[in-house]
Design a protein around this ligand. Structure first.
Ligand SMILES: [Zn+2]
Length: 197
């Protein structure tokens, strides 16, 4: 089910919030309205303020996404997803489409924490559970990757992230939502995307 946190005590970092607000383009002022309503960020002298080193409630963050989806639509969620990799920094091992798609799950965990603990430890490479995953499965001998995404973010948003990451290394990459698999828009816990190039 999109927009429903899997567990309590999850937070998202200020850098991610900023990337979304920055990436939303024409809808920036609207996005700020939805974020303020959900209790994400504050307003100071008419300016929207996000603490880049701060942490924000994942539940409220998803609530803001839900309201944006309800009022503005899926195309905006996809657009926001597309922008996220454009603003992010990637580790040096991200060098091709395979490592790019794999890195989404690592970045996802680095930007969320549970009970105050970041869900990916960069010194040990250990990942902790609580927010689901972005899948990576390479189809042997084909230019094809299957990504099953079991997380509370919306379907269209994840499609945008995956498309943007794939295109970073393979300009011709195409991403399809696998309509033969469950979809979070229909209450399922995951969506599956097929990346080909
Ligand atoms: Zn879906």
């Amino acid at each position: 089910m999109q927009f429903r946190a899997f567990e309590k005590g999850i937070e998202v970092n200020g850098t991610t919030v900023f990337a979304v607000v920055d990436g939303i383009g024409a809808f920036k002022s609207l996005a700020k309205k939805y974020l303020l309503e959900a209790g994400i960020g504050t307003e100071k002298n008419g300016e929207y303020v996000i603490d880049l080193n701060g942490w924000y409630s994942h539940e409220n963050w998803l609530k803001a996404f839900q309201n944006i989806a309800r009022d503005i639509g899926d195309s905006v969620l996809k657009e926001i997803g597309m922008k996220i990799p454009e603003n992010a920094q990637f580790p040096p091992w991200v060098q091709d489409i395979d490592s790019a798609i794999k890195s989404i799950d690592v970045a996802y965990h680095m930007n969320h924490r549970k009970d105050g603990k970041v869900l990916f430890d960069i010194t040990t490479g250990k990942m902790f559970e609580g927010i689901g995953h972005y899948g990576y499965e390479r189809v042997k001998d084909e230019h094809k990757i299957i990504s099953a995404c079991r997380n509370p973010y919306p379907c269209a948003f994840d499609e945008g992230i995956i498309k943007s990451m794939a295109k970073k290394f393979e300009a011709k990459a195409v991403v399809h939502h696998d309509n033969t698999k469950p979809c979070r828009k229909n209450g399922a816990e995951s969506c599956t995307y097929i990346i080909t190039w």
